[in-house]
Structures are given as structure tokens and as C-alpha cells.
Design a protein around this ligand. Structure first.
Ligand code: NAP
Length: 542
């Protein structure tokens, strides 16, 4: 294996990641006639939808808003099969987009970007890559755009004894493409977030024994997932012009928004009827289009949390198990709410046991399974549904060095800073999508926010290239500080800021704890448009 890097021909832009954002970024920059190279570690396109092929993976966003808007033909021809598409369908969709728009010829797969170093003398980045066959290459580029996704860097907790386990350990985001035959096996799952819930409800009927190691129970909403026929799709398509306009201006990038009525103006009977109606919808609308005060007001949030706990409790036969499954340390919706499909009934099955890690913490992984303070749980397969170093993790795992050799990892290690999640002061010509302090980092229907960011970045690059003699664009320190202060002001009003989760970086040891995602897609987009209208005020073009 060669450690010597061979240089590739220079390009105008390097894009890291070939998922939702990266594919669209390539398409947009090509429209401007730029020479672009996309790199992705995966052997296929699709990003999150390539990697997360674990049993039961599917979107929690309905298909009619979880797609691209740039091509009428694509919208007219792609037939979504169900309301909440499974992983395979979404991966197929992204592959279809790559083929239809002839994107593959500019994408290098099975290749990891290891470092990116700013060369001030040339006003260009040198990007180094390592292919899965060990080949090292470098490429010089004017612009570097990270499309690495908000939840892409898996977190594997450092359980002692991990390497001694004789069975198979797998993180859900590194599930083998060929699958794992779990039939008849003793399987353990650590983690009960959106991923853990999907895995657990899917594999419970097929495995011999399922042991769920739960640290924090979660609220979840039952999913209603009808299959679509031609008539449903026709109705959906008829709504696209309206949906396409609406998604950019709502709170979280869906086509629905919070109830406009103030909680205090609604009678208890009407409140209850509203909640029951939203619950019956079987979607995240219960969370996102209910009463907005539930995100800010503890007493209102407590009422909502009671409503959901009551819904969960009645589904579990054993009251002792029900008590363990009912969240009590945080309010409903203050961290990402999963949709579920028969999840709570899993705990009524005789082949499933629930281990409460607050009662008996994991002490070690042994040769044969998991050991807690109360005893040993023998396993054939251990599934880690333990989440991600969200928003920052993919970038700090690449050695990115800006002006004066400043490393992004060290920079963010002290204090996470970005200007609208689009640039970082000290890193000229670096654009980021799904970075902190933009809705795309956490609190958004990902395709909406990623497309909005890609459009903004593409317009900014077009503008810079049109300025005579201009080579670089960089957010000013002052603008970055102003944006962060504005972000924090909103974030700290919410109950989200008081709950430990990946939304606040609290799931990663040593990470700065603060709300990562800007709250308010519509307001964010308006702010981005304002900057653009004022000739990129707050960004220095040199
Ligand atoms: P997550 O929400 O961060 O959940 C991780 C789980 O692992 C939590 O239950 C956590 O417990 C547990 N955990 C972590 N470290 C642990 C340790 N050392 N010991 C015991 N338990 C540990 O991650 P996720 O479920 O992968 O979801 C991440 C995000 O991906 C979601 O919020 C969502 O945005 C996205 N996602 C979307 C879908 C979808 O659209 N359908 C599906 C899956 C994921 P604690 O809570 O106690 O920390």
C-alpha cells in the first residue's frame, strides 16, 4: 500500500459526501460550469441512506417533503411507494437522481478525505484522500464544501472488553450491506433512540432472545404508514406546487407549522381534541404542529408529556416494565421524537427482556456477552444503536486546517463557532452544510434545509467568481459572533437547551454542550436571503 500521494488535476470545487446535499451541490455547481470532484467513503451514493441499512430503517419524514424540488420531471416521474419510505427506497431514489442527472462521472467513491489544508499563497485548498485500496491522492481546489450530513459520525462507547467479544458487534450506521442473519440468535441492543426503536421493533419477532439495554426511555409516536397507489400519488403531485413553496417558511422545513392559537385561548376540551387529532395522524405532526408553547413553557410541556405517557402506558402489560419505559427526566419533544410501529408491544413478548441501565450499569463486554452490575447476558450479536457525534463529528474527524494552520478540530474543541452554519472565520472558501447554528444541524427536515444551504452556497460562489480579481470569501469574526449570539438567544429560551441529547452535544464525552441547530427554518432562510441581498454582508470577499 502506497503512502505517497499522487496529485489529481486541479478543480474549482471539492465536495465531501455524496448524499442528499452532496449530489445536489454537484448538480448546482456544474450548472455554473465549474469543475467539481465529489469524494465519499462509501462504495455507493446515498450518504445516510447508504450507511444506515439496519433492519427497520426508514424515514420519519413523509415522502412528499423528503425529496428534491429542483426538477419538475423528477417530481413527476418518481413514484413514492409509501408515506414513510424504507431505507432501500430512499437509497434507490438517490441512486436514480445520480443516474438521471449523470452525476457519477464526477464522484469518487470508496475514498475518504483525510485532510484539507488552506494554502494562502495560492488561495486554494489542498485536499488529501485515501481510497479503500490504500491509494493516496491530493487535489487542489478553490472551494471546499462539506456535505457530510448532520448524523453521520457514529459514536461507539468505550465499553471495556469490547475487543474480547467472540460474537459480532455492529454499530447500526455500519450495518453490512449483505445484512446479518439474526434468526434464532441471542441479540442485544444498546440504545433506544430513533434508531434503536426501529431495530428493536423489527427484529424482536425473528430472534431467539432479545435483550434491550436501555439508559434513557424515549417518547415515541405510533406511525401511520399507508402504501401509496396511483390515486394517492396523483393527489400528492397536485399538491407539490404548494408544498414546494411552503417547506422553506415553516418552523422545521415540513409543510405544516405549529397551531396558531395560544394555548391559553383554547379550552381544555379543545386542547384534548387537538392532541387526539394530531396523535391519530401518526406522524411527527403531533410534535411539530401542536401548541408552540410546549417548546418553551414547562407547565404546558408537562401536560403534553402526561398525555403521551398515558398513551404509552396502556400498551404494556406489566406495570413494572411500563414504569421503566416511561420517560421522566425530560419533557416530550425536547429531544428528537421517533415514530414507532409496535415498539412498546415488543416488551409484552416472552423472548424480550428490558435491562434498565440506571439500575444495573454495563460494567464490561465479556467474551460471551454483556456484563452489568447485576450479572451476565450471553449474546451472539451485540447491536450498538448508540448514536452519532452530530453536526461537528464528521468535520473534526478530518484534519481541516485554515489560515495560520488553524485546525478546525482544535478550534471547535474550545468553542464551536460558525457564521450561519455556512462558514467558519479563519477558513476561507470553506462552506459547510449541516454544521452548527443552522437548522440543518439538527432541527429540520434534512432535505429542505440541505437544499436551501446548497442553493445559498452556489449563489455565493457564483457571486464571488463574478467579482473582478476576487478569489476568496470568508465570514468576518464580527458577523460570526453576532450570529452565534442571535442563535443562543433563541436556543436558550427553549426546553431543548435543558435536555441532554445529541441536539445539545451532551451525548459525546468532552463536547461543548450547547444547542447545535438553529431553531426556525423560515427565519433562517430569511436571514440568509438578507445577507445575499446585501452583497454578502458579513462575508469578506477578497
Ligand atoms: P440517539 O438518539 O443519540 O440515541 C442513542 C441511544 O444510545 C440513546 O438511547 C442513548 O442513551 C444510548 N447510548 C449512547 N451511549 C450509551 C452508553 N454508553 N450506554 C448506554 N446507552 C447509550 O441516536 P439514534 O437513535 O441513532 O438517532 C440519532 C438521530 O438520527 C435521530 O435523532 C434522528 O434524527 C436520526 N434518525 C432518524 C431516523 C428516521 O428518520 N427514521 C431513524 C434513525 C435515526 P441516552 O439517551 O441515555 O444517552
Amino acid at each position: 500500500m502506497s503512502e505517497i500521494s499522487s496529485p489529481l488535476p486541479p478543480v474549482d470545487a471539492v465536495v465531501i459526501g455524496a448524499g442528499f446535499a452532496g449530489l445536489y451541490q454537484l448538480y448546482r455547481l456544474r450548472e455554473q460550469g465549474l469543475k467539481v470532484r465529489v469524494f465519499d467513503t462509501a462504495s455507493g451514493v446515498g450518504g445516510t441512506w447508504y450507511w444506515n441499512c439496519y433492519p427497520g430503517a426508514r424515514t420519519d419524514s413523509p415522502s412528499h417533503v423528503y425529496q428534491y424540488w429542483f426538477s419538475d420531471e423528477l417530481l413527476a416521474k418518481w413514484d413514492w411507494k409509501e408515506r414513510f419510505p424504507a431505507q432501500a427506497e430512499t437509497e434507490r431514489y438517490l441512486n436514480h437522481v445520480a443516474d438521471k442527472f449523470d452525476l457519477r462521472r464526477d464522484i469518487t467513491l470508496s475514498t475518504r478525505v483525510t485532510s484539507a489544508v488552506w494554502k494562502p499563497a495560492d488561495a486554494r485548498w489542498t485536499v488529501s484522500t485515501e481510497a479503500s485500496d490504500g491509494k493516496h491522492e491530493t487535489v487542489s481546489t478553490q472551494f471546499l464544501i462539506t456535505c457530510t450530513g448532520p448524523v453521520s459520525a457514529p459514536v461507539v462507547p468505550p465499553f471495556p472488553g469490547h475487543e474480547s467479544f467472540k460474537g459480532q458487534i455492529v454499530h447500526t450506521a455500519r450495518w453490512p450491506k449483505g445484512g446479518i442473519d439474526l434468526r434464532g440468535k441471542r441479540v442485544g441492543v444498546i440504545g433506544t433512540g430513533a434508531t434503536g426503536i426501529q431495530v428493536i421493533q423489527t427484529i424482536a419477532p425473528e430472534v431467539a432472545e432479545l435483550t434491550v439495554f436501555q439508559r434513557t426511555p424515549n417518547y415515541a409516536i405510533p406511525m401511520r404508514n399507508p402504501k401509496y397507489g396511483d390515486a394517492d400519488r396523483a393527489a400528492m403531485r397536485a399538491g407539490y406546487p404548494e408544498t414546494r413553496k411552503r417547506v422553506w417558511d415553516t418552523f422545521v422545513g415540513f409543510d405544516v407549522d405549529a397551531d396558531p392559537r395560544a394555548y391559553a385561548d383554547v379550552t381544555p376540551e379543545e386542547r384534548r381534541a387537538t392532541l387526539e387529532r394530531l396523535w391519530a395522524d401518526g406522524s411527527l405532526n403531533f410534535w411539530l404542529s401542536g401548541f408552540r408553547e410546549s417548546f418553551f413553557d414547562q407547565a404546558i410541556n408537562d401536560e403534553l408529556s402526561d398525555f403521551v405517557r398515558d398513551k404509552i402506558r396502556v400498551r404494556i402489560h406489566d406495570p413494572k416494565i411500563a414504569a421503566k419505559l416511561l420517560p421522566s427526566d425530560h419533557g416530550f419533544g425536547t429531544k428528537r421524537v421517533p415514530l414507532e410501529n409496535g415498539y412498546f408491544e415488543v416488551y409484552n413478548r416472552s423472548n424480550v427482556r428490558l435491562i434498565d441501565l440506571h439500575e444495573e450499569p454495563i460494567t464490561t463486554i465479556t467474551r460471551t456477552g454483556v456484563r452489568t452490575s447485576a450479572g451476565d447476558y450471553p449474546l451472539d450479536v451485540l447491536i450498538l444503536a448508540t448514536g452519532f457525534d452530530a453536526s461537528t463529528g464528521t468535520l473534526t474527524r478530518i484534519d481541516i486546517r485554515g489560515r495560520d494552520g488553524l485546525s478546525l478540530k482544535e478550534h471547535w474543541g474550545c468553542d464551536i463557532r460558525t457564521a450561519m452554519g455556512l462558514q467558519v472565520h479563519g477558513f476561507p472558501n470553506l462552506f459547510t452544510t449541516s454544521a452548527p447554528f443552522a437548522p440543518a444541524a439538527a432541527f429540520c427536515n434534512a432535505p429542505t434545509c440541505l437544499q436551501q444551504q446548497v442553493d445559498w452556497i452556489s449563489d455565493c460562489i457564483r457571486y464571488v467568481r463574478a467579482q473582478p480579481g476576487a478569489k476568496t470569501v470568508e465570514a468576518t469574526r464580527e458577523f460570526e459572533a453576532k450570529w452565534i449570539a442571535h442563535h443562543d438567544e433563541i436556543a436558550n429560551l427553549t426546553l431543548i437547551s435543558k435536555t441532554k441529547s445529541w441536539y445539545t452535544g451532551a451525548n459525546v464525552e468532552g463536547k461543548q454542550h450547547r444547542v447545535l441547530g438553529y431553531l426556525g427554518v423560515g427565519n433562517y432562510r430569511a436571514a440568509c436571503e438578507d445577507v445575499k441581498a446585501k452583497a454578502y454582508e458579513g462575508f469578506e470577499i477578497a
